[in-house]
Design a protein around this ligand. Structure first.
Ligand SMILES: [Zn+2]
Length: 468
């Protein structure tokens, strides 16, 4: 049977390891290749990666891997995948810039086939025509993908938010999404990370006043922990350092690498002479120093966790430090973050974190923003409860949905599929004008019948995504 298949390889019904594919007549387009750091109950596990064994079966031709943005849960698994299938990799400038050090570390940069695309470009890969669409997220140069297939268009929003005034001046391209909705979308794969959160996600600029107060009042060192790839936030903090006459030292290998890459590519503006080597940070007066560090998720081996436990070889927490954890714990990491906060307090630091201060804005759309799309449904980077809420919102927004038990392939009829714990919704999406009048509360239980994704044709094993 010929048909379009959606293949979840990771990140479906779980947070992290985002990777999925579309297949048409044994030709496969792969999107993203993320990793996940182990959770507390994964004893002895170093990394969690998507399972690409389905792609390795001989008769299948993998056309390439398209990357949506440079976050670890979308690109971190790429070196491991390329070692098994060395296919062309497509991504924007910053995304590929963040990929290169990883490939170099794995000694596969030279043979890698990296192909840069710009926002708005279209690339034909076999039966798939892939168009990149600008989205605003917590990292610059992020794109959604609008993929024209033989049976209609698939839209993958990837991670996105609707910040009308983003720091880099590149908002989500609503006009293009509006037209995509008008033209018709057969399958929408969308971000439901914040489906439980009402209202809007806010703007990076909302942090300016809280940061100004912290920088204006801190008597000694300021330490800010952040996602290593949140270039917008790093830029914001660099500007604060300039404004309040502080030098900047960067702690943690991943942050140092990303800082260097983003600066070289022009995505991070850092005045000459602002930074100091970490080895020399103790020569700067505490009231004149900003330490930027990775490890906002409390990972035990991260720079912040070691700093907080006074186990870092170069810098450790001191009494009087003001420490800002400028991130929200990824679901599942809460205990590790709280352990780090406890350690910081124990050693005399003053700590700002999401529960006790406005020191972070999310990079993911919340409910009001999710409604301003063709539908509100997520395939990657969310747990089942978020996906369910998103699917429910999609239905409230008027998205047509009809279950087709036992099949995940689309040959022209409307279909909805269930795999593990997330939904893919296919069908007829409402036009933009009807997207904006949903009910604002979620009060009724969501009832969708689970429909297993069918086994790939000719394969004896089910296509449920590995990585669980
Ligand atoms: Zn992301």
């Amino acid at each position: 049977m010929s048909g379009l298949r959606y293949l979840p390889l990771g990140g479906l019904g779980e947070v992290g390891i985002n990777m999925w594919a579309l297949e048409w007549e044994d030709q496969v387009l792969v999107v993203d290749a993320g990793l996940m750091f182990p959770q507390e109950d994964m004893l002895g596990i170093d990394l969690v990666l998507p399972d690409i064994s389905y792609l390795l079966e001989k008769r299948r031709k993998v056309l390439g891997i398209f990357l949506s943005h440079g976050h670890e849960d979308h690109i971190g698994g790429l070196p491991y995948a390329l070692k098994k299938i060395n296919v062309p990799v497509y991504g924007t400038r910053l995304t590929l810039g963040l990929v290169k050090p990883k490939l170099k570390e794995h000694r596969i940069l030279r043979e890698a086939d990296l192909r840069e695309v710009r926002v708005g470009d279209t690339v034909q890969l076999g039966p798939f025509r892939v168009e990149t669409v600008a989205v605003c997220h917590s990292i610059p140069d992020a794109v959604a993908l609008a993929i024209q297939t033989p049976v209609g268009r698939v839209v993958y929003t990837s991670d996105f938010k609707l910040d009308p005034d983003p720091p880099d001046g590149h908002p989500t391209d609503m006009e293009r999404f509006r037209r995509l909705g008008d033209e018709g979308v057969r399958l929408l794969l969308s971000d439901s990370t914040n489906a439980e959160r009402s209202g809007r996600s806010g703007s990076e600029r909302d942090l300016h006043r809280p940061f100004e107060r912290i920088f204006g009042e801190a008597p000694g060192r300021i330490v800010v922990a952040n996602f290593a790839s949140n270039i917008h936030r790093i830029q914001h903090l660099v500007r604060m350092a300039v404004q309040f006459d502080r030098k900047v030292a960067v702690v943690g290998r991943s942050l140092q690498t990303n800082f260097k890459t983003a600066r070289e590519l022009g995505f991070l503006k850092v005045p000459e002479g602002l930074t100091v080597q970490l080895e020399n940070a103790d020569k700067v007066a505490p009231s004149k120093l900003l330490l930027l560090t990775a490890g906002s998720q409390g990972e035990p081996m991260s720079a912040l966790a070691r700093f907080a436990a006074q186990r870092h070889p170069l810098v450790n927490v001191l009494k009087g430090d003001w420490v800002v954890i400028s991130a929200r714990p990824i679901p599942g990491n809460e205990r590790m973050v709280h352990q780090t906060v406890n350690n910081l307090y124990r050693h005399g630091a003053h700590v700002f974190y999401s529960e006790v201060g406005h020191v972070h804005v999310t990079g993911h759309a919340q409910r009001d923003e999710s409604r301003a799309r063709p539908a509100s449904n997520r395939i990657a980077s969310s747990w089942s409860r978020m996906a369910r809420l998103s699917s429910w919102m999609a239905s409230r927004c008027g998205a047509a949905r009809r279950s087709t038990p036992g099949s995940s392939s689309s040959t022209g009829s409307e279909s909805a599929t269930w795999s593990r714990s997330c939904f893919a919704i296919a069908g007829t999406w409402p036009r933009m004008g009807s997207w904006s009048s949903p009910s604002s509360s979620i009060a009724t239980p969501v009832r969708f019948a689970p429909v297993p994704i069918s086994s790939p044709e000719g394969s004896s094993s089910p296509s449920s995504p590995p990585g669980s």
